[in-house]
Write a protein that binds this ligand. Structure first.
Ligand code: SF4
Ligand code: SF4
Length: 129
């Protein structure tokens, strides 16, 4: 069903830029577990900590984990998992426009109403897991 509204083009745009998403409370232990390293090592090697905000380091203009795709996929931050089928799309057509402009995998030609219909079902199924 997801493929009706989104198919990742593996362009990597969402992993590029000068900052990354910030990690939530559960993200760090999941990432540490997936990488099989100590938290200290993960922090030093991969993370950028600014006060209370933990983000991933940027290397050559992209997230340190990006290498023709996400190399930490099962351990990636929750906010990365939400992208690009973000619930905010359901609240505002402007968010739909903004996200479809940033992500070429979004099938905007489906139209906003139909897109939201499918996205609602997908998000509900995710919540029920
Ligand atoms: S911007 Fe969209 S299409 Fe490109 S890699 Fe990210 S999710 Fe996939
Ligand atoms: S963790 Fe993976 S999905 Fe998230 S920004 Fe880095 S490379 Fe991209």
């Amino acid at each position: 069903m997801e493929e009706q509204i989104f198919e990742c083009r593996q362009c990597g745009y969402c992993c590029q830029g000068e900052t990354t998403v910030s990690l939530t409370g559960d993200d760090l232990p999941r990432m540490v577990h997936y990488l099989g390293m100590s938290e200290q090592e993960v922090r030093e090697k991969y993370l950028r900590v600014t006060g209370n905000v933990i983000q991933m380091k940027i290397v050559d203009g992209h997230c340190i984990f990006y290498n023709q795709g996400c190399t930490v996929h099962p351990g990636k931050p929750w906010r990365c998992s939400q992208w690009p089928l973000h619930p905010s799309i359901l609240q505002d057509a402007g968010n739909f426009q903004a996200i479809s402009t940033s992500c070429p995998g979004i099938k905007a030609t489906v139209g906003y109403e139909k897109f939201c219909e499918i996205l609602s079902v997908l998000l509900q199924a995710k919540e029920g897991r």
